[in-house]
Design a binder for this molecule. Sequence first.
Ligand code: SAJ
Length: 452
Amino acid sequence: MPTNKIGHSFSPDSGAVVGIVGLGYVGLPTAIGFHASEFEVWGCDKSLKVIDALKSGLNPVGDHELDSTIPPYGTAGWNLSNSVEKIAPLCDVILVTVPTPITSDLKPDLSHILDAGDKIFSSIDKAKHTTIVLESTVYPGVTNQVWRPLIQRYGLEEGVNVDIAYCPERFNPGDTEHTVRKVARVIGCNNKEIGEGLVEFYKNLTEEDVRFVGKIEVAEAAKVIENVQRDINIALVNELARILPAMDVDVEDVLSAAATKWNFHRYTPGVGVGGHCIPVDPYYMIQRAADVGVPAGLITAARAVNRSMPSHVAGVVTDLMWNAGVPAGEAKVLLLGWSYKAEVGDPRETPAEPLAATLIGKNISVGAWDPHIDSAMYPEGVIPVDDFSEAAGYDMVILVTAHKACLEIDWMGLLDNMRTPIVYDGRRVLDLEVLQSMGWKTYAVGRPANGN
Ligand code: SAJ
């Protein structure tokens, strides 16, 4: 069994103590998973609200799959703190699962990684030869670029009294199939022996494949291009959703026909691409490509296509309402769903936001109903609809998020309350023929307007 310099074999029975810095969507299930594998765990989050919730046995993140898995506070091996400096010297391995968002000018925001690193490297116990693993999504080079100066500043020496590694999180909110315990992992490390020790370590967490892939940059690049590829694939179907209707062809008919080919990868056009992964990670790659002076034209173009979808849809639905005789300045639109993805309550980068802003900018009143989103999370100008039965007088309903609850509303009841019975399927998941038979005028992204 590979071990680190002080013989800790990264296994529970070696007494290895595991710290997790950042207890969000990724860090919390990771901490719970390693605790369930009988490691001594220190969970750390700078938010006292998060720590207090966990000490009360409550789930502070929106993924309700975790609700029943949080160990009662006081359980052996389950420790919590909001101080990195307190837990770092106690740990043999520290996993960093902090946010890596983008700034308002679409640049990578590495401040959380820097802050966590500074607190860790300034307080670890040099005698423990701690291994620090970054899990947050970054572009190739960040782990070394951001953390190596800190290692020097605090008189540490990589490979002598500290090691760093990268193991990208592959966490998928709302996905009960690919949880942290059932997802393949890759590990990059500048020290092969430690990298292989971490393979054994992460095998305590997940039952899927875990492999050492070489230097840190390999693992960093693997993760970010996984999401870049997804963004580009979605951009292709979104671009086709604008081209094909102009030829009087429904994009979904074409994609379904193409998907009969053995290696065609099926994606679905929509009102836009949200979340904290797919619309964010490509900007990391774009930044890194610019740093090394190589153009990332395709990645940049795909982002532009996906970012343009909300305003494209806003223009289409506005024309539909004017053509239906809805008086300008009086139009009312109801958004079904606000979250970026079905079955999760997460508004980060949701296309609903630019869609609503564009409609409001056209003097259209916008209401929103999403059972997974707290009304306080809506931006200024959007009217929360809490009780769906009171949704009345609207000229259009736009399906923005394919929550099961949105698909299963009382469509007949809503139809009776509409001023103009128009529905626009922004996710291509509704049965438009059934709705049309009820009396709805039906439209959808990527479908010719004369589809009625
Ligand atoms: N979307 C489309 N069309 C598609 C697929 C997605 O418009 O065909 C939109 C969604 O509506 C959403 C956005 O793209 O607004 C992102 O959707 P997603 O299904 O990619 O979900 P995410 O953002 O939660 O992505 C995560 C990622 N997981 C990790 O980074 C660990 C991603 O790598 C996964 O592939 C993805 O989940 C998944 O497979 O569901």
